[in-house]
Every structure is written in C-alpha cells, then in structure tokens.
Design a protein around this ligand. Structure first.
Ligand code: NAD
Length: 481
C-alpha cells in the first residue's frame, strides 16, 4: 500500500497548500513506496514564521532544558530504530545494517549536542584600565534553515538539528525529495519528545523550486547546507544579499595514498569499505587510489579479490553488502566515468557495468568497480563519481603522491596508509583537505570539527566548533562605578 507522509509546520502534520505530491521510489525495484507533499512558497512562509515566533522562548530556555528534550528525542529514535532503518533502506537503497547504524548515529548526535550545549562558556577578559573588564557571551543566531541531500538522510539532518536546537536556534529543514521518509520519522521523535511547536519545522519539496525562497527569506539568519558544490555555490550567493551566516558541506574527490611500507591487508580492508559502502555515495568515499609502485600489483590483486566477494542485491537482506544506487542520474554518472576512463586507456579490474538479470533489472544496480592505470585526464580522477567505482594508479615517491592528491579543486578529506610516522606527518601537513585519516578510513567523528577546504565547503559541523556555528559572540565592556 502506498503510504502518505505529511510535513511538519508549527507542530502540525500538514499537506502543502497546493496539494501537489512527490512520489518516493524504491531504488532497488522501482516501486512507488510513498508520497509526500511538495511544499510551495506559502508553506515556506508559514514554516519560517512559526520558527521565528518560537525563537524568543526557545532561545531563553536553559541549555539544560533543551538538552533534556534532545536526550528524550534520542531515546525515542533508538526505540524506533528498526522501523526507521527499514524505511531508510526502502527509500535510499543502503543495506539494512548501514541504515541501522545511521539511525543509531542520529540518536548519538542528538545526545552529543545535548551535552555540548551545556558546555557553552563565555569569557571574562582583563582590561588595561582599573575597574574595567570585558565579558564575552554567546547568543543563538536566530532562525536557521537546514538543507540536506539523500545519501545520509538522517545523519546529515541530525548534525543540523542537534547543533541548532542545542544552541537555542529554531529551525526550518528542507528534506531531500528522494528520501524524505526516514528523516520525517526522525523529526517525529523530536516532536514527541516535547520540543515545542515551531522550534523544528520539516518541509518536503524540490530544492530547485523552494530552496532559494527558504535561503533568501529575510527571517532566516543562518543557513546550514550539505549537498553538491554546484548548489553550494548558488547558496553562497543567495546568502550574500543580507549577509547570512552560512556553512557549506560540499562534494569531494577523496584521495587514498598507500605507501610501500603500508599494512597491505589493512589498506585493502579500508579501501573496500570506503569505496563501496553506501554504493560509494558518500562525500568521503574514496574516488582515487595512489599506490606506491613497489606494491601496486599486490594491492590491486588483493583489492580486487575482496571487492569481488561483496554481495550486491536486495539491501533488506542480512547478507547484502551493497544495494542499488539511490538515483538513475547517479547510475548514469558512474557509467559515464567508467566509460570515459576505458576510452582513454584505463583497464577495468572488476565490475564495470550494471548488474544484469531479473533480480536487478528494475533497480539502479551497478557492480563494485575498480579501474586501474588511470591518469588525471580521466573524469574518474577529476570529478566526484559518487558511486561504486574507483580509479587506481601507481606513484614513484611520496612527493609525487601528494602532488596528485592535491591536483583537485576539492579538499574534503584524504587517507594515507603507512607505517612511517614521518610519511604520515608529511601527508597530514601537505595535503590540502579539512580531514586526514591515517591508517583508517573514517575521517569524521562527532566530537571533532568536520569541514571541507577549497570547493568542498566553508565552516564546520561536529564538535564544539560545529555548535558555535549557530552562536555569535557578544562583547560586553563594563566599567564598575
Ligand atoms: P544537491 O546539491 O543536488 O542537493 C542537496 C540538497 O539541496 C537537496 O535537498 C536539494 O533538494 C537541495 N537543492 C537543490 N537545488 C537547490 C537550490 N537551487 N537551492 C536550494 N536548495 C537546493 O546534492 P545531491 O546530489 O542531492 O547530494 C550529493 C552531494 O552532496 C555530493 O556532492 C556529496 O559529496 C555532497 N555531500 C557532502 C557532504 C559533506 O559533509 N561535505 C555530506 C554528504 C553529501
């Protein structure tokens, strides 16, 4: 049965004024699973007004009160994790295991910000003059807009809901049109935890239609965006009209360096995980692998052997390692990148095409793909592939590898495997990216700042720094009489 989900405005679950609907499709089999409203300008107006009206009382609550509500919401998310994870897998295509981990992470993020909100401290600063001092306090910025993509429908929203609400901001979230269902369930937990009406609003709709109206709304004072670099650049322009505070978490083209002294098995395990998890649809998915020439053949052999063991298919099944890609557009992009590499002389080691057969024909399935002997003329090494295909090429020395890693407009994250502390330090220092993972592939943790350099974004999420993006400092200078 096709279910209908409503959006949240001012504490009420509502349809859009126009009654227009968006269809949510299961990428594994092309089936229609649900409909949601397609929000219009009037719906945005109402949501922003309700967040604006809720701001004064929410920002005046104590961080302890706000933190308790976030902890309650986290508990509800965990209690419903099985149901929410299934919904996520049906709409997004990632395996049930990964969906469950994401939902649990969503709860952990709310708990983290509940605590971090209680630790926002100001400063007392000495003045040169006697009987004078400066006090610095932090105040919530105002109504925030959150815009998120479909690849991590709950996690990326949780970063913004957690940060905004803990800081005392109110929020209007524009959920991704492809995967609005699991985030709506996540928002439901926040409402049921007792967060007052208007503090969080969640709209479903097409970004191109309503995104600009939300971002440019004069009552929006803070914009938190995660998505493509192309859209991010447009949003940055939109924020310049009335100088809004904005953070942009954008695309990447992540390099992995595997040095001659690396623990090869660990590097291969990491490469498999970060190239094919969520079918490669991760901002910090590995796009490009540079391997020292002495271990190039050995690495490729082991990498291919492990990759070919991955079970691709119905993501709801326990044994599945990789599901379909979320969108047809994404599938076509991976195909284009692999074809381009092959036409320019690269060789496919494994994969390289859509999965065939009755089980796959209605879904967006692409084989986990390794392409070797690539170069920087090829799209796979220059653009974000955002799918299950990765290019591998050899290097002679670490300076060459670092130059190759830096030969990109992106700068989100980089990975290096080496046993040498000097090589690790050199890579960490010289690669121009916001996050460096050494002998691991998980460049983001919730209590350390996460953000991109260059075309990968501005500002950070995660950590106290992420919370402070929703606060602004106020300097109070006092002369005591
Ligand atoms: P996208 O930019 O097309 O869409 C992202 C969101 O923006 C969606 O909600 C969409 O509806 C909305 N949107 C689209 N056009 C808009 C406009 N003109 N104004 C306002 N909003 C608009 O991105 P996508 O293809 O859905 O997502 C994949 C991209 O997200 C990849 O590039 C990936 O690397 C990036 N991403 C980055 C991070 C990070 O932390 N840096 C995390 C996840 C994904």
């Amino acid at each position: 049965m096709v279910q209908h989900y409503k959006m949240l405005i001012n504490g009420e679950w509502v349809d859009s004024r126009s009654g227009r609907l968006i269809e949510v499709i299961n990428p594994a089999n092309g089936e229609l699973i649900a409909t949601t409203p397609a929000a219009e300008k009037e719906d945005i107006e109402e949501a922003v007004r309700s967040a604006y009206n809720a701001f004064v009382s929410w920002s005046n609550e104590t961080p302890f009160y706000r933190g308790n509500l976030l902890r309650k919401a986290a508990k509800l998310v965990l209690e419903r994790s099985k149901e929410i994870a299934e919904i996520m897998t049906r709409e997004q295509g990632k395996t049930l295991k990964e969906s469950k981990q994401e939902v649990e992470k969503g709860a952990a993020i709310l708990r983290y910000y509940a605590e971090e909100g209680e630790r926002v401290y100001g400063r007392v600063i000495a003045n040169e003059e006697k009987n004078s001092e400066s006090i610095v306090i932090y105040e919530p910025i105002g109504v925030a807009a959150a815009i998120t993509p479909w690849n991590y429908p709950i996690e990326l929203l949780a970063w913004k809901v957690g940060g905004a609400l803990a800081a005392g901001c109110t929020l209007v979230a524009k959920l991704p049109a492809e995967t609005p269902l699991s985030p709506l369930k996540f928002i439901e937990c926040i409402v049921e935890a007792g967060v007052p009406a208007g503090v969080v609003n969640a709209l479903t709709g097409y970004g191109r239609e309503i995104g600009p109206y939300l971002v440019e709304h004069p009552l929006i004072k803070r914009v938190a965006f995660t998505g493509s670099t192309e859209t991010g650049k447009q949003i940055l322009k939109m924020c310049s009209n009335d100088i809004k505070k904005v953070t942009l978490e954008l695309g990447g083209s992540l390099p992995m360096l595997v040095h001659s002294d690396a623990d090869l098995d660990a590097a291969v395990k990491g490469a498999v995980r970060r190239s094919f998890r969520n079918a490669g649809q991760i901002c910090i998915a590995i796009n490009r692998i540079y391997v020292h020439q002495d271990i190039y053949e050995a690495f490729i052999e082991k990498f291919a052997e492990s990759t070919m063991k991955l079970k691709v298919g119905n993501p709801l099944l326990e044994e599945c390692d990789m599901g379909p890609m979320c969108t047809k557009r994404g599938l076509e992009k991976v195909e284009r990148h692999v074809k381009d590499a092959v036409s320019k002389g690269a060789k496919v080691v494994c994969g390289g095409k859509r999965l065939e057969g009755i089980k796959y024909e209605k879904g967006n399935f692409y084989e986990p793909t390794i392409v070797r002997d690539v170069n920087h003329e090829m799209l796979i090494m220059r653009e974000e592939t955002f799918g299950p295909a990765v290019g591998v090429m050899p290097y002679k020395d670490i300076d060459e590898a670092i130059n190759l890693a830096n030969d990109t407009n992106y700068g989100l994250a980089a990975i290096v495997y080496t046993r040498s502390i000097s090589i690790a330090r050199k890579v960490a220092k010289e690669v121009k990216a916001g996050n460096i993972a050494i002998n691991n592939v998980d460049a983001g943790v919730i209590n350390a700042p996460y953000g991109g350099w260059k075309d990968s974004g501005i500002g950070v999420e995660h950590g106290p720094e992420g919370l402070f993006e929703y606060l602004r400092p106020k300097h109070i200078r006092i002369h005591y009489l």
